[in-house]
Design a protein around this ligand. Structure first.
Ligand code: KG4
Ligand code: ZN
Length: 334
C-alpha cells in the first residue's frame, strides 16, 4: 500500500511516499529556519505563508523521487493537528484537494502519533507491542504506552516547557543561533557534564510528569548573577544537557518498571540529541531491553512518519475529503 504523507503542522513543509508503513520511497522536507532565525523562534504567519509557497513543489518532488505517479498512490495521509492552525490548514486543504481530485482515500493523522510511528520506518522489524515511547520534541515531551496501533496512552508529560523548548531557550541564553538544540548539543561535547549541578525536577507521588522550566530559569540566574558569568559555556551546556537527560531517563526507567513492555523507543527532535541517545542506548543494553531510535531525519518533523501512522491506524483515521478540517488542539487519544 503506497501512501503519500503531508506534514505542515509547524515550520517544516514535508511530503513523503511510504510503502506499507515501513519502506520510505522518498521523504522531502524543506526547512524554514532561515526565515525564522532572525526572530529567535517560529513566526506562525511566516510559517503558513512559506507552506503555501512550497507545498505543491514538495509533493511533486516526493512523488518524482519515489518514481510514483500521483494516480498510482493508494491513499493520502495528512497531519490534521495538533500544531499551528495557520500551518495545519495549508496541508489539510492541499491533501483534501489531492484526495478529491485523484479519487483516493484520505487519512487524518495526529502529529504526535506520527512521532510514535517514526521508529517503524526503514527497519526490518517493527517494535513489538506493547512498547513504551519517550516522545521529546519542540512542542511536546511525553511518555506514551503503545498497547496497539490505535490504543496509545499518555503516562506523563510536561505542563510547562517541552524538552526541545528548554534546549532552544537555554541555547539562546548561551548566545547560540536558533534552532538551539543541535547547536547546544555540539557545544556540550567540549564541556564537563558534572561541572554544575543544575536542579532535576521530581514530580510528587506516583506522577510521571516532566518539567523543565525550573531548570531553564536556574541556568538563566546562574549565567546572570553567579559564578556563571565567568563559567565556560561548554561546561554550562554540558551540565544543562546532563540535567535534561537525567530527568528524561529517570522518568522513562520508572515508567518501564511499572508495567510490562516488549520494547522502548525514542522519538521527536530531541531524540537526535547525542547525550540522550547514549544514555538511552546504554540503559537499554544494561537491562536487555529491545530499543528503537529512528535516524535523525525521522526524529525531527517529517512526512514519512505521518504516512506510517496512517498505514498502521488506517481504519480509525479515514476521513471525508470534503469535510475534514484541521484541529490545532486535537486530543491525543483516538
Ligand atoms: O520534533 P521536532 O522537529 O518539532 C516539533 O514537533 O516540535 O523537534 C524540534 C526540536 C527543537 O526544539 C530542536 O532544538 C530540538 O528538537 N532538537 C534537539 C536536537 N536536534 C533537534 N535538541 C537537542 N539536541 C539535538 N541534537
Ligand atoms: Zn513534531
Amino acid at each position: 500500500m503506497l501512501i503519500l504523507g503531508i506534514e505542515t503542522s509547524c515550520d517544516d513543509t514535508a511530503a513523503a511516499v511510504v510503502r506499507d508503513g515501513r519502506d520510505v520511497l522518498s521523504s522531502v522536507a524543506t526547512n524554514q529556519d532561515e526565515f525564522h532565525a532572525k526572530y529567535g523562534g517560529i513566526v506562525p504567519e511566516i510559517a503558513s505563508r512559506r507552506h503555501v509557497a512550497l507545498l505543491s513543489a514538495v509533493v511533486e518532488d516526493a512523488a518524482d523521487r519515489a518514481r510514483t505517479a500521483l494516480e498510482d498512490l493508494d491513499a493520502i495521509a495528512v497531519t490534521c493537528g495538533p500544531g499551528l492552525i495557520g500551518s495545519l490548514v495549508v496541508g489539510v486543504a492541499a491533501a483534501k484537494a489531492y484526495a478529491y481530485a485523484l479519487g483516493k482515500p484520505i487519512y487524518a493523522v495526529n502529529h504526535l502519533h506520527g512521532h510514535v510511528f517514526a521508529p517503524f520506518l526503514d527497519r526490518p522489524e517493527p517494535p513489538p507491542y506493547p512498547f513504551l515511547v519517550l516522545l521529546v520534541s519542540g512542542g511536546h515531551s511525553q511518555l506514551v504506552a503503545v498497547d496497539s496501533p490505535t490504543r496509545l496512552r499518555v503516562l506523563g508529560r510536561t505542563h510547562d516547557d517541552a524538552a526541545g523548548e528548554a534546549f532552544d531557550k537555554t541555547a539562546r541564553l548561551l548566545g547560540l543561533p536558533y534552532p538551539g538544540g543541535p547547536a547546544l548539543d555540539a557545544l556540550a561535547r567540549g564541556g564537563d557534564p558534572r561541572a554544575y549541578a543544575f536542579p532535576r525536577h521530581r514530580p510528587g507521588g506516583d506522577s510521571l510528569d516532566l518539567s523543565f522550566s525550573g531548570l531553564k530559569t536556574s541556568v538563566r540566574y546562574f549565567l546572570e548573577f553567579d559564578a556563571g558569568r565567568d563559567a565556560k559555556r561548554e561546561d554550562v551546556a554540558a551540565s544543562f544537557q546532563a540535567a535534561v537527560v537525567d530527568v528524561l531517563m529517570t522518568r522513562l526507567a520508572t515508567a518501564f518498571e511499572r508495567a510490562s513492555y516488549n520494547a522502548v523507543a525514542l522519538s521527536g527532535g530531541v531524540a537526535a540529541n547525542s547525550a540522550l541517545q547514549e544514555a538511552f542506548g546504554s540503559w537499554a543494553r544494561r537491562n536487555g531491553i529491545a530499543a528503537f531510535v529512528p535516524p535523525p531525519k525521522y526524529c525531527t518533523d517529517n512526512a514519512a512518519m505521518i504516512a506510517a501512522a496512517a498505514y498502521h491506524q488506517r481504519d480509525a483515521l479515514r476521513a471525508d475529503p470534503l469535510t475534514l478540517h484541521a484541529d490545532p488542539n486535537l486530543p491525543f487519544e483516538i
